[in-house]
Design a protein around this ligand. Structure first.
Ligand code: ZN
Length: 242
């Protein structure tokens, strides 16, 4: 079983389309939330996902905010501007689809969460301390998270206290040891200074995780951001991946 693992699409349709094309045929798609927010194509991204067979898609903090479950004041000025715009343009059918998303999912030996298994919508797993504490919050072999927009892998040695931590390079498959937390990075707003869309391919039977990148037409997204008058910062950051 070949799984496409994606997260943090952030209403960036060209990035999502490029990932779907470049990943080739897969058996399932696991999306770790934040389908919308920041970007200019919220309806189009949801409509693309809704068409996909074998999709599991979680709720992220931006998705929850678009559903008015999180007050807009908790976001910084520019994120809030995008949030209010997203709320205004979101079609009822797409809103209803978002309403059905769950915060976590467990599929076979994998737990999925947007932020962390301990605090699924909000917590960032970026440092070893946070990762270490989160290993207590899932029982499966693997846990997959997004939210940080940075491809990362943490591995806890069984019965030990040792935690390994890596930024896995794109294109290089590695065997994810049992008890790993894996982050595919962000499709629509990467923050590791590589502007290409990030995703991962996971093979369930072998535990092989391959971080991948896909180029897309960044300029077209920037033009659209300016057309709909979303903050310039959200256009600028796409060019350099920050
Ligand atoms: Zn995000």
């Amino acid at each position: 079983m070949k799984i496409l693992v994606i997260s943090d699409i952030h209403a960036n349709l060209p990035a999502l389309e490029s990932v779907l094309e470049n990943s080739g045929p897969v058996d399932s798609i696991w999306c770790l939330g934040d389908v919308i927010g920041y970007g200019p194509y919220p309806n189009e991204c949801i409509e693309t996902l809704r068409e996909l067979p074998n999709l599991v898609c979680l709720l992220g903090n931006h998705d929850a905010a678009a559903l008015n479950r999180i007050p807009s004041e908790t976001f910084n000025d520019e994120a809030r501007q995008s949030l209010l715009w997203t709320r205004a343009v979101l079609k009822p059918a797409n809103r209803a689809w978002l309403e059905e998303r769950t915060e976590t999912a467990v599929i076979d030996d994998t737990t999925l969460a947007h932020g962390s298994p301990r605090n699924p919508v909000w917590e960032y797993v970026l440092d070893q301390n946070t990762a270490r504490q989160n290993f207590r919050s899932f029982k499966t072999n693997y846990c997959m998270v997004g939210h940080t927009h940075i491809p990362l892998a943490f591995h806890m040695v069984p019965r030990g206290r040792l935690l390994h931590f890596a930024f896995p390079p794109p294109g290089e498959p590695f065997m994810a040891p049992v008890r790993s937390i894996l982050n595919p990075g962000s499709v629509g707003q990467p923050r590791d200074h590589d502007p290409r869309a990030a995703y991962a391919i996971f093979e369930i039977e072998t535990g092989i995780w391959t971080p991948m990148r896909a180029s897309y037409d960044i300029r077209s997204v920037q033009r659209r951001i300016r057309e709909v008058e979303l903050p310039e910062r959200h256009a600028a950051r796409l060019a350099d991946g920050w």
